[in-house]
Design a protein around this ligand. Structure first.
Ligand SMILES: Nc1ncnc2c1ncn2[C@@H]1O[C@H](COP(=O)(O)OP(=O)(O)OP(=O)(O)O)[C@@H](O)[C@H]1O
Length: 248
């Protein structure tokens, strides 16, 4: 694979994205023309004050929600032009998700949770890749456990394995450490950073936490539904100082 093909594989972008909730005088313009690019093989955090549109942007980029106008590209696919069936297939094949609340199926073992989507799609499991991810996440001796037999950090690591096992173009994470203590959260963030540095994954994460954001290579800042800045090589201090200027 050439470098340019790798770059296309994980690149995500939006152009003039607008999302309005409700109508009339109570309408909320959650996204007010967001144009942003996420390069392949980069770990980006999206931050901003409460209500600035972070989750809405992540959901529109990931095809979980539809914007009112504007475009979203994942690689060469333009999401807003896809019908529901094609959008579902693109989400299944090209996108990995990590949610704050883990979202594992309680009756399935960790291994079956990790592999479920691939099996439902009739895709072959790349056992070597599976082993690489499971070992990086330290899950090898937990694969037969059900979610209720795992700690919160272990459950989130299973969710990370599930997100990566299909080699998605991009992993979207919405507050992935929101339900974890700081030490356990650090393990999950460390894995996301390693997946970018060593496995070439593209990760876009929404977080409130300046320490979590400092694991990323870049922070994109939102305020009032608009992109208002970015920070490269963020530190908790640089993020905090910019956020406090935004009134977060
Ligand atoms: N389903 C909805 N119906 C109506 N308004 C909504 C809906 N979802 C979000 N909003 C509004 O859109 C704006 C952006 O919300 P969003 O959840 O994207 O912000 P956020 O930056 O993720 O906030 P937080 O940090 O508090 O999670 C807010 O004003 C919110 O109240």
């Amino acid at each position: 694979m050439t470098v340019s093909q790798v770059e296309v594989r994980g690149a995500v972008s939006s152009r003039e994205l607008v999302k309005v909730y409700g109508s009339g005088p109570t309408a909320v313009r959650a996204l007010d023309g967001v144009s942003v690019q996420f390069r392949a093989g980069e770990f980006t955090a999206i931050m901003g004050p409460s209500g600035s549109g972070k989750s809405t942007l992540l959901h529109c980029l990931a095809g979980l929600d539809r914007a009112d106008s504007g475009t979203v590209h994942i690689g060469s696919a333009e999401l807003t032009s896809l019908n529901d069936t094609r959008l579902t297939r693109l989400r299944r094949d090209k996108i990995g998700f990590v949610f704050q609340s883990f979202n594992l199926l309680p009756t399935l073992s960790a291994e079956d949770n990790i592999l479920l989507a691939l099996r439902l799609a009739g895709r072959e499991v790349d056992r070597a890749w599976f082993a690489t991810i499971v070992d990086l996440l330290g899950l090898r001796d937990r694969l037969r456990h059900k979610p209720s037999e795992l700690s919160g950090g272990q459950q989130q690591r299973v969710a990370c394995a599930r997100a990566l096992v299909g080699r998605p173009d991009v992993v979207f994470a919405d507050e992935p450490t929101g339900n974890l203590d700081s030490r356990t959260g650090a393990g999950v963030l460390d894995f996301l950073r390693t997946s970018v540095r060593e496995l070439g994954q593209t990760v876009v994460m929404v977080t409130h936490d300046p320490i979590a954001a400092s694991y990323a290579g870049r922070v994109v800042l939102l305020a009032d539904g608009r992109m208002v800045g970015e920070i490269y090589d963020p530190t908790p201090e640089s993020v905090l100082s910019v956020l406090s200027r935004l009134g977060a």
